[in-house]
Design a protein around this ligand. Structure first.
Ligand SMILES: Cc1cc2nc3c(=O)[nH]c(=O)nc-3n(C[C@H](O)[C@H](O)[C@H](O)COP(=O)(O)OP(=O)(O)OC[C@H]3O[C@@H](n4cnc5c(N)ncnc54)[C@H](O)[C@@H]3O)c2cc1C
Ligand code: FES
Length: 254
């Protein structure tokens, strides 16, 4: 894996996708970095936000050396990033982490809870030409849905769960998983979202491996500080920033 370098990048487009989620297309300067699905960048909040740590954000897509990030405002750092106008330069470190394993000629199930659907879009774009893709998107409110048409444009079948029942089935994403898995031959499952959701999908999947995109609070983001560990079932810890963030959920204690 190439050592990650800190890069200056210009925000070329910022779009509000929902009341809490925005999309940033950035153009890195002087970089040959070519992130793979599952990898992420440590984005430095702007200096005037008085925040030290980089915020880990997954790559949601790429195009002509440009990177797309889709970010939900959850606290000070993401709020500061959401206020930056197009044209601003930001400091990004990456690509970080191990890419998701790629498959060919398979039935692929992608499960994205909330903004967790973002990194699965880049994965879907890479997998779409050589696999059959079903995507389940689960959100609390219908107005929180993102990327539905983008997945459809890739040729993916899209199913939706909303807790308010205004789109798709009324319920949570994991209500749909058993119904879909029943109809899929030898599925390969990737999931990104809250820990509880990942845990439940792994249970439902039984012996099938589930590639979970894990999140943990991060310090360095590069494997040095050991603050992002998750316990392995065989003992010891796995660093989410280094051996993850995409992990076979059968191998870790969620
Ligand atoms: C590998 C990885 C990829 C991610 N990809 C995305 C993405 O594509 N889109 C997106 O909206 N969010 C993503 N997140 C979550 C995002 O990093 C946090 O929401 C963000 O760091 C919160 O920062 P804050 O300052 O707004 O919130 P605060 O709560 O004020 O943050 C305080 C500190 O906690 C850390 N922190 C808080 N929540 C998380 C979290 N869930 N994961 C990791 N660190 C956290 C922050 O980095 C910061 O150091 C990802 C997290 C990881 C680990
Ligand atoms: S964040 Fe420092 S080792 Fe993972």
């Amino acid at each position: 894996m190439n050592p990650a370098t800190s890069i200056s990048a210009s925000i070329i487009r910022k779009t509000k996708l929902t009341s809490e989620i925005f999309s940033l297309w950035v153009k890195p300067e002087n970089t040959e970095s070519n992130p793979a699905p599952g990898q992420f960048y440590g984005i430095k909040p702007p200096d005037n936000a008085d925040l030290l740590l980089r915020r880990p954000i997954s790559v949601a897509d790429t195009k002509n050396d440009r990177l797309r990030f889709i970010i939900r405002v959850t606290g000070k750092g993401t709020a500061a990033l959401s206020r930056l106008p197009a044209g601003t330069k930001i400091d990004i470190l990456g690509p970080l982490g191990r890419p998701a394993p790629l498959v060919y000629n398979k039935n692929v199930l992608l499960c994205g809870g909330g903004v967790g659907i973002a990194p699965l879009f880049y994965l879907a774009r890479i997998l779409a030409p050589s696999n059959r893709i079903t995507t389940i998107i689960g959100v609390r409110r219908a107005e929180d849905l993102i990327l539905v048409n983008d997945f459809r444009t890739l040729g993916a079948r899209v199913l939706i769960s909303t807790e308010d029942g205004k789109k798709g089935i009324k319920g949570i994403l994991t209500d749909l998983v058993p119904r879909i898995l029943d109809k899929m031959a030898e599925p390969v499952i990737y999931a990104c979202g809250p820990r509880e959701m990942l845990k439940k999908i792994d249970e439902i999947a039984g012996n099938l491996p589930v590639w979970g995109f894990l999140e943990e609070r991060m310090g360095c983001g590069t494997g040095i500080c050991y603050c992002c560990g998750i316990r392995k079932k065989t003992g010891g810890y796995l660093r989410i920033c280094r051996e993850g963030p995409v992990v076979n959920l059968k191998e870790v204690d969620l």
